[in-house]
Design a protein around this ligand. Structure first.
Ligand code: FE2
Length: 345
């Protein structure tokens, strides 16, 4: 715990208790995120199996996917911040699994934020996890091509929505809602999407929600270009893409992610640089944070946590007020490595 957390009149017992509490908070956090990382591992294994089965034209068993999404649903019900934090973890060599898992998590969190039913949230989770299954048939060199696709290549890539839908529909194991998400996740509210070019009201809510989660994670994950900060990705959704996704739904997603999205790096008034690790619905400007760099510019290890909403002491609340969001690159901070270190710590 940073020394500045203590007041001059704190007794030794006060300080010892505070340190014990701080260590317990960090231990709980580490244990939770390890559990979240295991869920990612289960989702990755499930997706690999489905991709392989589809590649070899074997029948698809979707019970495993349903079990994984059920476990994710239960985890989110316990503490929605854990999986949200895990979505900031990116493995370049597993970008497909990461992105499908993240889209699933973000879609379910969006559904929870909108007060949707359990079955709708489960459909969002399953649809998010499976939305790009049809990419099994797209040559990897096209998916990873840094340059603009030729019209012929683009036509092949666009087929993945329908091919994923057809493969999953053939199983007879999924609801209409899940299938609709897979088929329509590239449809756009302004009619510019595919495969049908559906317009506005003819496009159901669930695929539109997954489309927003898909776009947001693609920007933050940097699958196609340099990764964006969560706040920059939300800004792009609002300024450049709101017509495509629906203005109101985009606004709702931005509210869902909060003023300081989990995974953001912020600077405190004290000069410390911290990472937002959990949002606080009762005090959105005072999230739970993890110290990354101290006031003197030194990197913290171990990185302790602090719930900014808990400080009633006025001077401390002022020192640890959030001054601004910052770009990790400008501070030489590799966010993905930092998250990975926390899971392995
Ligand atoms: Fe897609």
């Amino acid at each position: 715990m940073a020394k500045s957390a203590f007041r001059p009149d704190d007794t030794t017992t006060d300080i010892r208790n505070a340190l014990q509490q701080e260590r317990k908070t960090k231990a709980d956090f580490t244990s939770n995120i390890r559990e979240g990382a295991k869920l990612y591992g289960r989702a990755r294994a499930c997706l690999q199996r489905l991709f392989e089965d589809l590649t070899h034209r074997r029948s698809l068993d979707l019970d495993i996917a349903r079990d994984v999404v059920q476990a994710m649903f239960d985890n989110l019900a316990k503490n929605p911040n854990v999986l949200l934090w895990i979505t900031n973890l990116q493995f370049p060599e597993e970008s497909n699994a990461c992105h499908n898992f993240n889209t699933s998590v973000l879609s379910m969190i969006f559904g929870r934020h909108r007060g949707m039913s359990r079955s709708d949230i489960m459909a969002l989770g399953l649809g998010g996890l499976l939305h790009d299954l049809g990419k099994t048939h797209v040559p990897p060199n096209m998916l990873e091509k840094p340059a603009r696709l030729t019209p012929e290549e683009w036509a092949i890539v666009r087929k993945h929505a329908v091919e994923g839908f057809e493969a999953l529909n053939a199983t007879g194991q999924l609801s209409k809602n899940v299938l609709e998400i897979v088929r329509c996740h590239h449809e756009r509210a302004d009619g510019s999407g595919y495969p049908e070019g559906l317009f506005g009201g003819s496009l159901p809510d669930l695929p539109r929600m997954v489309a927003i989660a898909d776009a947001y994670d693609s920007m933050v994950g940097g699958y196609y270009r340099r990764p964006m900060t969560p706040t920059d990705a939300l800004r792009v959704l609002k300024t450049d893409a709101a017509e495509e996704y629906g203005v109101e739904l985009v606004e709702e997603f931005i509210r869902c992610m909060g003023t300081y999205p989990v995974g953001s790096l912020v600077e405190l008034n004290s000069g410390s640089v911290v990472m937002v690790v959990a949002s606080n619905p009762e005090a959105r400007l005072k999230p739970m944070i993890m110290f990354v760099r101290n006031e003197e510019g030194r990197f913290e290890r171990p990185r302790m946590l602090n719930d900014l909403s808990r400080h009633s002491d006025q001077s401390l609340a002022e020192r640890w007020g959030i001054r601004r969001l910052v770009d990790p690159v400008s501070y030489g901070i590799d966010m993905w490595n930092l998250i990975l270190e926390e899971i392995q710590f």
